[in-house]
Design a protein around this ligand. Structure first.
Ligand SMILES: Cc1ncc(C[n+]2csc(CCOP(=O)(O)OP(=O)(O)O)c2C)c(N)n1
Length: 276
């Protein structure tokens, strides 16, 4: 695997995390934990996998992306700004009345393909978008979606998963951000979700398991999934909620809390490599 690509993706992921931290600190509201756990995957999608044209956000041939765990949109908003869908200054308006960057993604924002936030619905929408491409007999884009492991508790996920199998949607790739934490506790205490791989396989999906913070593994899995022709693929990415800041890692407190000034400064130091 090309070392320069991996280094670039790692630096983009760091940049995403720094933007997320600043945005949530400024807004004093928003979801850091789940943004940090998905940051490496989002960086890889936007800087290596997705076929996009930020100058033409609605270009017909673009790959589609739906952030089904919509609350973790700060990471998505950051990468869209970095790619030029809107200016970086827009990030300062997170969650403000009238802002492009609402608390959950809305389709009016350049680069957002589907409104999401009601857990499970984004995933079902991604299945619908992939099915639409098949019905239209087009073969020019892939659909990618990220779900949370807590989100797998939603019944609609499994209705949509069986639909993807029925229509053999080989243009669909789902990534489960398996950070093992929801908003107020550990996912497996609230509602056990294992065996995630066996469940998706029983629903007719191919599955892959990766370390969701290992860039080589993320790239390799996403490339394998993109090239798989037999049906839908689910990548189960083992991640750490709050990844990148020691006191935020693996702690559900940081699901939806904003840091105070001292916490912000400490976190920023860590993200920039200035502290242990
Ligand atoms: C249908 C629905 N029920 C409840 C919520 C409230 N809610 C927001 S985030 C969240 C936990 C999500 O956990 P997970 O999917 O594991 O996300 P992550 O840990 O990756 O942030 C819940 C229950 C919601 N957004 N939608």
């Amino acid at each position: 695997m090309d070392k320069d690509t991996i280094t670039l993706l790692q630096s983009k992921a760091r940049e995403i995390r720094s933007h997320v931290l600043k945005m949530v600190y400024k807004a004093q509201s928003g979801h850091i934990g789940g943004s940090f756990s998905e940051a490496d995957i989002i960086a890889t999608l936007y800087y290596h996998i997705l076929k996009l044209n930020p100058q033409k956000p609605k270009w017909d041939g673009r790959d589609r992306f739906v952030l089904s765990k919509g609350h973790a949109c700060p990471a998505l908003y950051a990468v869209l700004a970095m790619k030029g869908y809107y200016g970086l200054e827009e990030l300062d308006t997170l969650r403000q009345y009238g802002s492009l960057l609402q608390g959950h993604p809305v389709i009016k924002t350049p680069g957002i393909d589907m409104t999401s936030g009601s857990l499970g619905v984004g995933f079902a929408s991604a299945v619908g978008i992939a099915l639409d491409e098949k019905i239209a007999k087009r073969d020019d884009y892939q659909v990618y979606t990220i779900l949370g492991d807590g989100e797998l508790n939603e019944g609609i996920v499994w209705e949509a998963a069986q639909t993807a199998n029925k229509y053999r949607l080989n243009n669909l790739v789902a990534i489960v951000d398996r950070n093992k934490i929801q908003n107020d506790g550990r996912s497996d205490d609230i509602m056990p979700v294992e065996p995630i791989d066996k469940k998706f396989e029983a629903f007719g999906w191919k599955t892959l398991k990766i370390d969701g913070h290992n860039m080589e593994e993320i790239v390799s899995a996403l490339e394998t999934a993109r090239n798989y022709q037999e049906g839908p693929v689910c990548i189960i990415a083992y991640t750490i909620k709050g990844k990148g800041v020691s006191f935020m890692e693996d702690d559900y407190y940081w699901h939806g809390k904003a840091p105070n000034q001292e916490q912000f400064e400490q976190a920023m130091k860590e993200l920039q490599g200035g502290a242990a």
